[in-house]
Design a protein around this ligand. Structure first.
Ligand SMILES: Cc1ncc(COP(=O)(O)O)c(C=O)c1O
Length: 436
């Protein structure tokens, strides 16, 4: 069907099979290049694919960055990638050299990686005990599973608990989109509740009701981010108390991707609650996003199941070496955090001076904002989203890439120079905001 459509013939034209075949041969040799003025065609639906996947919107990496089809974009000279909450600082060159040396002298590229990750698990367990201020052997390698990014662990958790009609998941929006995306790719139903529009605390009454009323299949995982992305708020005592009180047949996932910035962790809970798992990553404060290393901290039985569900060689040798090196040099690598927190505070103060914006406090390395009520007074209901999109597009045209998500804009804290440019570009964008 796709091939006929690409020749601009009506798709239901009754053609004899030999002609269809001829058209197929012909069109499969034609370059399929969509007109720059038309949206990209959606991929063809093949009859063996699950129809529900056709409706699925994939996670878009760097949504502000790769699409240059917008005629307004005048290729700015400096691009500030402030849309994925990475650290703006690369590894120090001395550490890169160490990593390169170890590649040259120790890494056999013809051999599979260590599939058990034992050395890395030990180093992670030591770091987790230290950073959560637990006794040195409170958590051991039996409490750690390592994934190809924490994204892989999220998928393993879904496989271990929900697939095949065994469970649904509960999320509180706005939140990290990958929980719902990965759940849908696995055919796992997603139940969402809202957060307060003022504080972004979870509507706990709605969450409780969702758990009580969802039966086919029942909720098996509650996903929480601490602090939440994109809104930057940490779990409150009330939210934590509610999570602690959940029945043992519901898994509590506390995603602490931004722990090194917030210095708040629920790792201690893992020792008391077998239905509690904490996720950490090397992609943010540890500056290793390129290496894709995340880890889960949980009861040994849950860890054993995650080990069964993951791919056998999920973590390349080079990434294991990089994570080990990063842990060995953690003091030096994490030294940039106070600078980033200071930058966050400076940017936050400056943005709060803008009456057009409503800006929330943040415990992470990003800031979340929306248009203020004052800016929206007397406008249509879609004005918020329209205005945010204008700001997003103007920033993009100036080279500042941020994320428009969950009804707001999320801006990663960058270097002092990047943050200064963010502020300048945002002020310019506000000035050119069309009537909402
Ligand atoms: C809350 C949250 N969890 C997990 C991830 C993914 O981390 P990783 O790079 O380890 O897959 C992100 C990345 O942005 C995130 O924001």
């Amino acid at each position: 069907m796709r091939y006929i459509a690409s020749l601009h013939l009506p798709p239901l034209l009754p053609l004899p099979p030999y002609l269809l075949y001829l058209l197929y041969l012909l069109s499969s040799r034609l370059p399929i290049s969509p007109s720059p003025h038309l949206p990209h065609p959606s991929p063809p639906m093949l009859p063996f694919l699950r129809p529900d996947l056709a409706q699925l919107t994939a996670y878009t990496p760097h949504p502000g960055g790769s699409d240059d089809s917008d005629a307004n974009v005048t290729s700015p000279q400096t691009i500030d990638p402030l849309d994925t909450n990475e650290s703006p600082f690369d590894l120090p060159i001395a550490l890169k050299e160490k990593l390169a040396d170890s590649y040259l002298s120790n890494l056999a590229s013809n051999r599979y990686p260590d599939g058990e990750h034992l050395r890395l698990k030990q180093a992670i367990a030591d770091y987790v005990n230290e950073s959560a201020k637990l006794p040195v052997d409170a958590l051991t390698t039996a409490n750690i599973s390592i994934g190809n990014g924490s994204d892989e662990l999220i998928r393993s958790l879904l496989i271990a608990t929900c697939v095949g009609g065994a469970g649904s998941i509960l999320t509180a929006n706005p939140t990290f989109s990958m929980y719902a995306i990965l759940a849908r790719t696995l055919g796992v139903p997603v139940v969402s509740v809202n957060r307060s529009e003022q504080t972004f605390e979870v509507d706990l009454a709605a969450a409780q009701m969702a758990i009580e009323q969802t039966h086919q299949p029942p909720i098996r995982i509650v996903f929480m981010v601490h602090p939440n992305s994109p809104t930057g708020n940490a779990l409150t005592e009330a939210e934590l108390t509610w999570l602690r009180g959940l029945p043992e047949d519901i898994l509590v996932v506390v995603d602490e991707a931004y722990f090194e910035f917030s210095q708040r962790t629920t790792v201690e809970e893992v020792r008391q609650h077998p239905n509690w798992v904490v996720l950490h990553t090397f992609s943010k404060a540890f500056r290793l996003a390129a290496h894709r290393v995340g880890y889960a901290i949980a009861h040994p039985t849950l860890i054993g199941t995650l080990e069964k569900t993951r791919l056998p060689y999920n973590l390349p040798s080079f990434s294991q070496t990089a994570a080990l090196l990063a842990l060995r040099h953690r003091q030096e690598l994490l030294e940039t955090i106070p600078l980033l927190l200071k930058e966050r505070s400076t940017l936050l103060h400056a943005l709060r001076e803008e009456p057009t914006l409503q800006v929330w406090p943040s415990k992470a390395n990003f800031i979340y904002l929306r248009l203020s009520q004052k800016a929206l007074d007397g406008t249509a209901p879609q004005a918020q989203e329209r205005g945010l999109n204008q700001l997003f597009q103007t920033l993009k045209s100036k080279g500042t890439l941020i994320r428009q998500t969950g009804g707001g804009l999320r801006i990663t804290i960058g270097t002092p120079e990047e943050n200064q440019r963010t502020l300048t570009h945002l002020k310019q964008a506000i000035k050119t905001l069309h009537p909402l």
